[in-house]
Design a binder for this molecule. Structure first.
Ligand SMILES: [Zn+2]
Length: 67
């Protein structure tokens, strides 16, 4: 029987671009367990309940949510 891992989504700000094109910042969610970076489906402020990469349960301690 496998134990369910618990993780949290870490909000990461990644900077892109260079001097000629300008800079912009992309916000990603990074899994605290496997470092998987998620770009999709959280732009509306929704965080997935599970990491689809490692299966960690993300619902635990992170209910106050960053929107
Ligand atoms: Zn993960």
């Amino acid at each position: 029987m496998e134990e369910v891992k618990h993780g949290t989504w870490i909000v990461v700000n990644k900077q892109h671009g260079d001097e000629s094109t300008g800079y912009w910042t992309e916000r990603l969610l990074q899994c605290s367990e496997c470092n998987y970076e998620r770009r999709h489906s959280w732009l509306r402020g929704e965080k997935p309940n599970y990491c689809e990469n490692c299966g960690s349960d993300m619902r635990g301690e992170n209910h106050d949510g960053v929107n």
